[in-house]
Design a binder for this molecule. Sequence first.
Ligand SMILES: Nc1ncnc2c1ncn2[C@@H]1O[C@H](COP(=O)(O)OP(=O)(O)OP(=O)(O)O)[C@@H](O)[C@H]1O
Ligand SMILES: [Mg+2]
Length: 464
Amino acid sequence: MAEIVLKDIHKYYGTQHVLKGVSFEIYEDTVTGLIGKNGAGKTTLFKIISGAEGFEKGELMMARGRRVGVLDQIPEYAPGTTVYKVLDSAFSEVYELRDKLRELSQKMAVDNSPQVMKQYGEILQEYEARGGYTIETSIRKVCNGLGIDKEMQERKFSDLSGGEKTRVNLARIILADADILLLDEPTNHLDINAVEWLEEYLASFGGTVIVISHDRYFLDRITERIIEIEDGQAYTYEGNYSKYALLKEQRKIEQLKHYEQEQKKIKQLEAAVKRMHDWARRADNPKLHKRAFSMEKRLERMQKNATPRPRTERKLSKAFRTDDFTGTEVLSIKGIKKSFEGRVILDDINLLVRNGDRVALLGNNGAGKTTLLKIILGYLAPDAGMVKTGPSVKTAYLPQVVEFKEPELTILETIQRELKIDEGSARNLLAGFKFTGEDVFKAVGKLSGGEKSRLKLCLLMQKG
Ligand SMILES: Nc1ncnc2c1ncn2[C@@H]1O[C@H](COP(=O)(O)OP(=O)(O)OP(=O)(O)O)[C@@H](O)[C@H]1O
Ligand SMILES: [Mg+2]
């Protein structure tokens, strides 16, 4: 049975027509992968399905009484919120039921009419069904699975590492006991253990899942259908990611064949029209001219309805500037130690990086990878040890979650201000990073997650 149905959904942000008639059906108890380029409208679709955003045209239908749980791409909570509070917020509806029960029991003390008793009984049943008596046990169970220990539960959510935040949020929506899970890039910051746990969880989860991901291996393991958002529309493919890639390639080859055949016909017709006009002129024959004109009309129609040439994606083709660098020793780290509130995060880290080295920093969620980067950059002071960078070394830092100081500035303004260049150069540069046409007038604060990273990368590569 279809649980979620979207029919011809149109969505605008200002003048940007993001979704141009999206239609698809999601069947009960299936796992669907939602894919598409950065800025295609995937997160927007989640917001529409969960009711956080409206839309201009079309229909959205959802099976009755379903609870939707959303894992946001970039989650936010009020400052100071502890991890336990975040987890506990999964039960806000259950707490409402509890309050109602209290109210009713007070009422029953003075009025034991059958209606009140009946209402009490019904709510009590729901309270029990929603796990009202087992909240703490549930929290403990899920936290065990996701490696969220007691100590972490008392920490502030905002202090957590990227992967720890994702884990806590996953725990929260699992605890909320939703029927439909909307997961927006859940594996982004997760370490291998947590990804494996999530895969197992999804395999045993009885409900419906839609997951946005750019991780094809993850998608391959968990999805049975793929929906791709492309040019504002949705295309459904049965099967996992590999199957999708195959079908898509086939479609592209067919489209190319079709395109080439059509173009050949158009060329033939063009030549025929020219010939006909030529004859008509030479023979001064108005009838022939008329025929040529009607052929021309046919040609125009064909050109208008022609299959577009299948596109090959332009790759980002920029490189970091390394012009002024001459040294050999880029970075040397000796005996770095760092603790947070008595917790030892880094204990005696040593590293030497030479010119041309490419170093990957691996480790479990919360191991201290970002902390080490921040120490290297000088954003954080180590408790012991030292960091030395070569004399002409310039650093560029792309954080896990990209933010801009002035979110209301447009892409173009941001680039021009930061790099102090004229509009023409800024536009040229941006085109190399796939921001073209009207794109450059979007406010940077409104960009999708991937678009923000791309823009930041553009700035970093230029500043060096
Ligand atoms: N609140 C908003 N106001 C204006 N434009 C927006 C807003 N939210 C999103 N957009 C724009 O709508 C488009 C779709 O954004 P969306 O976040 O849905 O993309 P996405 O497919 O999730 O991309 P990503 O893979 O980068 O997460 C983008 O071009 C984005 O800049
Ligand atoms: Mg997104």
